[in-house]
Design a protein around this ligand. Structure first.
Ligand SMILES: [Zn+2]
Length: 311
């Protein structure tokens, strides 16, 4: 691991006013009713499998990460990609840090830069496992922010994105790194033309068998999504991107601190609605906030050699 210290964070000045408001806004959301409907049908072929590809971490003060976090504690934010293998073609969910992460961090507004540690990129991990890149349908982004798309720059694969997020990524300063890494890439636009899914209003079933289902969960960015994955054992996962950054958001039902909701979310009320939908599912599946280093526990790493991959 290599620790890189970029320019010091300047814009977050802790004032007494801010500390005061922080205490006032710390509150727990009312518990939603647990999902009582049937689980959507899923018939994943036997060789569907998921792997985690951790590409590094960056540092955030706990107070900025989750309501109730302290100012002194730091949290490591994971930048981990997921590979979903499927006989009809594999998909990456997000892409972590790429080989150009230093340039990507440098392209951020100063207040967003944070110290980060890099591990192997997705591209390096795929190569180390002898992975056949011809299997990859593309990289599907939970949303277009830098810490989810940096690694796409190393991969010559189509970028899977919905029209709302594509518009955001094209126009918003938050899409700057996306524009860098997606230049010259094929863009694969998908639509939510499928039925409601687990409380979300519509869906996109990637393979038509319920194994990978994407739903709109806008609010962090306009086109943010949740990706539901069901593996042959019947175990289900919800990759929720940045609906909440940490598992506390699910377990303690707390939102981001108010300041961060205002800074980081395009529509905080929508984020809350989607977060409550996901909390209602928490007993039924593994909920994976993108940046919690423990949220991916139990998901295997990519094997070191291709022989170990299931056929
Ligand atoms: Zn993020």
């Amino acid at each position: 691991m290599v620790t890189v210290q970029p320019a010091p964070v300047e814009s977050f000045v802790f004032t007494r006013d801010y500390l005061g408001s922080y205490r006032r806004v710390m509150r727990v959301l009312a518990a939603p009713s647990a999902w009582a409907g049937p689980l959507p049908e899923a018939a994943p072929p036997t060789d569907v499998a998921i792997y985690q590809l951790p590409t590094g971490t960056y540092e955030t003060r706990a107070a900025f990460a989750v309501s109730g976090g302290s100012f002194r504690d730091k949290r490591q934010f994971a930048a981990t990609a997921i590979l979903v293998r499927h006989p009809k073609g594999d998909l990456l969910i997000d892409a972590g840090f790429g080989s150009d992460v230093a340039a990507h961090v440098a392209a951020l507004p100063r207040f967003q830069r944070a110290p980060y540690q890099v591990a192997k990129t997705v591209s390096q991990q795929l190569d180390a496992s002898g992975y056949d890149r011809g299997r990859l349908l593309g990289g599907l982004v939970t949303h277009a922010h830098w810490d989810h798309v940096s690694g796409l720059g190393d991969l010559r694969v189509p970028v899977w994105i919905n029209p709302g997020e594509r518009r955001y990524a094209a126009e918003d300063p938050g899409g700057k790194v996306f524009r860098m890494v997606s230049a010259g890439r094929e863009i694969h636009e998908y639509e939510f033309s499928g039925p409601p899914y687990l409380g979300f209003p519509s869906s996109f079933d990637v393979h038509g068998d319920g194994s990978v289902v994407v739903v709109p969960a806008g609010g962090h960015t306009p086109g943010s999504v949740v990706v539901f994955v069901t593996v042959p054992s019947g175990k289900r996962y919800a990759f929720i991107g940045d609906l909440t950054w940490q598992l506390d958001g699910i377990r303690r039902r707390v939102e981001r601190p108010l300041l961060m909701r205002k800074l980081a979310d395009s529509d905080p009320a929508q984020v809350r609605q989607a977060l409550l939908r996901v909390i209602a599912l928490a007993d039924l599946m593994q909920i994976v906030p993108a940046h919690d280093v423990h949220a991916h526990d139990g998901i295997p790493d990519l094997p070191a050699t291709s022989q170990e991959l299931p056929r």
